[in-house]
Design a protein around this ligand. Structure first.
Ligand code: FAD
Length: 283
């Protein structure tokens, strides 16, 4: 099934993100997580792709397992350092596996980009010309760290749409007002594809500080107070993180943003906690 149909209909759509184990490590545990999360009932599941393609096989295996669990899979694909042959190979395997949805990304450049595709928009054009895939892209409500300004980044995001991108998934955001402001700016740039809001329940204080530092995402003062208060009590922080994320999601739905992507960090109890809290809202 093409994810764009879920995003465009009237119903709330809750999806979640998984990451594959590193190449050469145990796959079975990750496959068990797929079936545990599928039972909780997200509308689709995405699986990340290691920049440079080192864990491509693992991403494919997880994407296949998601499709096997009767949920649409959204397979991430990065193009940094990749040549056309590598991308053709992965696209062929996704097609053969019945995966119809791809989140096309550049990936992070550690030593520059020696690949055939400079930007995600180039990869999107390639995917669209290679087969009947539904293609999504990343977007950054607080601006991508390399872009210089939010307006420049949105102008670059428009290039993704012009290259065939069907929908956007946001970087994690902890303050919904930032998303609302961003939606307004997207429309002013002529971007009107469905936008899926990325929500990350904070469950690890040290990890979230690092993620915010790397991605340029701001933790608002009220959330920072929660994280600091429960930093040394993982179960309390998990409960508080699920409660905060639930509040964000309810507010987004109430304001008409009904497509939500939850960064689950491969923990079924996190998406399970959120879905339980939303049982009367997401039916
Ligand atoms: P691009 O769209 O190429 O943008 C990169 C930078 O270049 C931006 O500053 C942009 O403004 C600028 N730019 C874009 N197009 C042009 C142009 N034509 N001319 C000039 N400048 C331009 N990383 C992984 O390795 N694996 C994953 O699975 C993964 N999943 C992700 C999922 C989501 C939802 C998000 C938000 C990010 C994910 N990332 C992942 C991280 C992502 O790869 C990095 O943020 C990366 O730095 C940028 O990727 P992009 O696809 O946005 O790149």
């Amino acid at each position: 099934m093409k994810i764009i149909n879920l995003l465009k209909n009237e119903k709330v759509c809750i999806s979640c993100e998984l990451f594959p184990p590193k190449a050469g490590t145990e796959l079975q545990n990750a496959l068990n997580i797929v079936s545990d999360i599928a039972e909780i009932g997200p509308h689709f599941m995405s699986v990340t792709y290691g920049a440079g393609g080192t864990s491509a096989g693992q991403t494919l295996a997880i994407a296949r397992a998601i499709e096997g669990s009767n949920r649409p899979a959204l397979a991430h694909l990065t193009c940094i350092d990749a040549d056309e042959v590598k991308i053709d190979d992965v696209l062929g395997q996704l097609h053969t596996s019945g995966v119809q949805n791809i989140l096309a990304l550049r990936g992070d450049a550690v030593n520059g980009n020696s690949g055939a595709f400079a930007h995600a928009s180039d990869l999107m054009a390639k995917i669209k010309s290679s087969g009947d895939f539904c293609v999504g892209g990343a977007c950054y409500p607080e601006g991508h760290p390399e872009a210089g300004s939010l307006d420049k980044d949105i102008a670059n995001t428009k290039r993704k749409i012009d290259s065939g991108c069907d929908f956007l998934v946001t970087q994690m955001v902890f303050d919904n007002n930032i998303i609302y402001n961003y939606m307004y700016r997207l429309l002013r740039h002529g971007i009107d594809v469905p936008v899926v809001a990325g929500i990350m329940p904070v469950t690890n204080a040290r990890q979230i500080n690092r993620i915010c530092e790397l991605s340029g995402t701001k933790l608002p003062p009220n959330y920072r107070a929660i994280v600091e208060k429960f930093a040394d009590d993982p179960e309390a922080l998990k409960q508080a993180g699920i409660a905060y994320a639930t509040g964000q999601i309810v507010d987004l739905i109430a304001n008409g943003l009904k497509n939500i992507h939850v960064y689950t960090m491969n923990r079924p109890e996190i998406i399970g906690g959120i879905m339980k809290n939303l049982s009367e809202i997401v039916k």
